[in-house]
Design a protein. Structure first.
Length: 272
């Protein structure tokens, strides 16, 4: 477990039974051209578990699909929890798989944050950061162990309880990394805010609503972006390379360009 990095927590669609196209429910909206129930395969899903319109999802009205991230939970459920038995050939697994996948996805998201926090603690030359690194490592090992439980145990897990415990550590890591003097906008409503060129170095944007905000050329170095809603935020020319706890789906839901600086573990969205 000690050698895990963020690449281990990326989706491998070739090893998954298209669980993200089956398990979640969604309603017809600006993000989805149609609605479907939980556990119902999307009509665009092919027999080989590939999306029939993958290259045209945004054009066909399925923007929501392009910003979804399972953090590698899909292949874990498909190949580890169910040992390669797919829901088409073994229909008896379908209901349990539908119940287990959201749990696994939440656990893998926690693993992503814990792995990122450990990397942050490693680069901070502080005794408190070194102690925190050990606590984070223990928490990550515990969560990783849960991901390897059987379907029955996974289905009954109190993921919310584990998340509360982990969040205490993640907040401590973010506070250490942010340093002193950063603005606190955590949970604030900054929808459509005009923040072009803003110095948000070390700011807490944890759970902040930044939908449609103008963040062009803004400096978000060491800003805590945990759970920040960046849908349609304008990040052109912004510096997010040193942002804390930024995840791929946040970038995928925003607008950016070639000048936008992003963390090396994340990919520049194709629509930018």
């Amino acid at each position: 477990m000690s050698d895990m990095d963020l690449r281990d927590l990326s989706a491998d669609c070739d090893s998954c039974f298209a669980l993200c196209c089956v398990v979640p429910a969604f309603s017809a909206s600006s993000d989805f051209a149609i609605g479907k129930k939980a556990g119902q395969p999307c009509p665009n899903l092919r027999e080989d578990f590939r999306c029939g319109i993958h290259a045209r999802l945004r054009q066909r009205g399925f923007k929501g699909c392009t910003v979804y991230d399972c953090f590698g939970a899909g292949q874990k459920v498909s190949q580890v929890t169910f040992a390669g038995r797919d829901w088409r050939q073994d229909p008896e697994t379908a209901a349990t798989m539908v119940a287990v996948f959201p749990v696994m996805r939440d656990l893998h998201e926690l693993l992503w944050y814990l792995t990122e926090a450990m990397a942050m603690a490693t680069v901070m030359a502080l005794p408190s950061a070194r102690r925190l690194h050990a606590e984070l490592a223990r928490a990550r090992d515990t969560v990783d162990g849960l991901t390897r439980e059987g379907p029955e145990r996974l289905g009954g897990l109190d993921v919310a309880g584990h998340r509360r415990e982990v969040n205490v550590l993640l907040r401590r890591a973010a506070e250490l990394a942010r340093g002193e003097g950063g603005q606190d906008h955590s949970g604030a409503d900054l929808i459509g805010a005009r923040l072009r060129g803003a110095d948000l170095t070390g700011a807490s944007l944890r759970g902040t609503y930044l939908i449609g905000a103008d963040l062009r050329e803004a400096d978000l170095t060491r800003a805590d972006l945990t759970g920040a809603d960046l849908r349609d935020a304008d990040l052109r020319g912004a510096d997010l390379a040193g942002g804390l706890f930024l995840i791929q789906s946040q970038l995928d839901g925003a607008k950016g360009d070639a000048r936008t600086r992003i963390p090396p573990a994340l990919a520049r969205p194709a629509h930018w």
